[in-house]
Design a protein around this ligand. Sequence first.
Ligand SMILES: [Mg+2]
Length: 364
Amino acid sequence: MILHIDMDAFFASIEQAINPRFKGKPLIVGSRPNKLYTVVCAASYEAKRRGVHSGMSSADALKLCPDLEFIAADQSKYIWTSEEIFRSLKEYGYPLEHVSIDEFQLDIGTHPEPLKLAEDIRKQIYANFNITASVGIGKNWLLAKLASKVNKPDGSCQITSDNFQEVLRNTPLDKLCGMGGKTGAILAASGVKTCWDLYLKMPGYFTQNPSKFKETPDGPKSVGHSYTLPRASGNPGVIRAWIRLLSEMVGTRLRQQNLLASTVHLWLNGPQIGNFSRQRASKQVTSDGFELYSRALKIMADLGPGLPKIRVLGVTASSLQEQVYQPFLAEEVRREDLVKALDYINRRFGENTVYPAQIRLIQK
Ligand SMILES: [Mg+2]
């Protein structure tokens, strides 16, 4: 049995725990220290209840909630808390995984009273850190993670063979790991709205594969490539071609290691902008160079209109996980087949036998 711990509104809760002024108030944690021009990276439950969610612009969040409190993200605080929680969970003596900064999994074997254990853990976290967690229990990691969302925030749930159908019926598809964004939208359009609908079509998705414990491999934490131009260039075609090339190289390396990434990081350096370094997380994991490139371009759009001169570029993919499932939507399958074929040709006949035409611009 797997026990999945998911911290509730982690970054925002930590800020509220540290600063009582924020307690009980709608609060957002912004990725940069500018209340009016940033992206929400976490929202407190008070803010969530008013429609604010992570990923939206702070300007939109303020429209929904004008009395919103704001604080800029301080990664070191969150990493420290996450590591301390990990350390305290280790004392339970079960195999333990750090799934992400705010998620942990224990393999509790055949523990006789898993729900009681869940309550112990939640109490201990609250006593030590003054923040709440939700816990889910299931016979594999996918179900455990899903269960952690059932009574979120500040609750726990065990999916058993008795309540399996009921829980899946009551859980919209977007709560299922890997079903965010585009995939969920396409499935919803074909009538798959709840986890139960999906189960009826693909029972294996819930019961097979994900019995293996590890979600994050012991491999690299990130995969990146960077390049320094001989001289700074403000030519958008050239800069985009380099970002494409670097993204394709990152994608190739991810696929070689059977990894998928959900966060893309773009780093640019130039005489006018100095260091521009920003990352963006997405619900949808990918190892497709073109997708990485599209996401990097969205980050670059933060520079505003008119491209400044750029000398150094870097593209990095992080928040890595092993690819457990093959895609099953027609359009994703087609895309993956294409990428696989290109990988095969490049492996067989040498690197860069086939490459995107866009890159020709920077090849001599
Ligand atoms: Mg969480």
